[in-house]
Design a protein around this ligand. Structure first.
Ligand SMILES: [Zn+2]
Length: 152
């Protein structure tokens, strides 16, 4: 499953990438370019724009009209409607910034305060990620989303 997020959904794009889903996010693209990219790259369009969702359907693009403006509710909707799996580990993640698969880093200078979690680098943009406190808060959010999905 591959996605494209409209300009309103940058945060959702980062979350999908963290969970390993190839997600295009080009906020500068206009609607026509977005739809063309979805068709050519067979991406599911995620949008909060009713009009754009209608155009997408007309153009034969699979589309999900995202209901909430809150990230947790957005994730709940996608888990329910598309059956996506959220991951709280960076092992299979794509870079949240540039959508490139992360690779495990062996020899990274590790700042002392970051503890001994796994370290990953992005071959695309060179950023370094580590499974420290930031990943714990990601894991907590994933748990909350899973609870909401089960709870209703
Ligand atoms: Zn990157």
């Amino acid at each position: 499953m591959r996605f494209a997020c409209d300009a309103m959904l940058g945060k959702l794009a980062r979350w999908l990438r963290l969970s390993g889903y190839d997600t295009a996010y080009q906020p500068e693209a206009d609607d026509g370019e977005l739809l063309r990219a979805c068709r050519e790259e067979r991406r599911i369009l995620l949008t909060r724009d009713v009009e754009l969702a209608g155009r997408a359907k007309g153009a034969g693009v699979e589309v999900v009209l995202v209901e909430s403006e809150h990230i947790e509710e957005q994730l709940v909707q996608l888990v329910r409607e598309l059956g996506i799996t959220l991951r709280a580990s960076s092992g299979a993640s794509l870079c949240p910034i540039c959508n490139t698969p992360l690779v495990e880093a062996e020899q990274v200078e590790r700042p002392e305060h970051l503890g001994d979690g796994e370290v990953y680098t992005c071959p695309g943009c060179g950023r370094v990620y580590w499974e420290g406190s930031h990943w714990r808060s990601i894991a907590e959010r994933v748990r909350r989303v899973e609870q909401k999905v089960r709870g209703r």
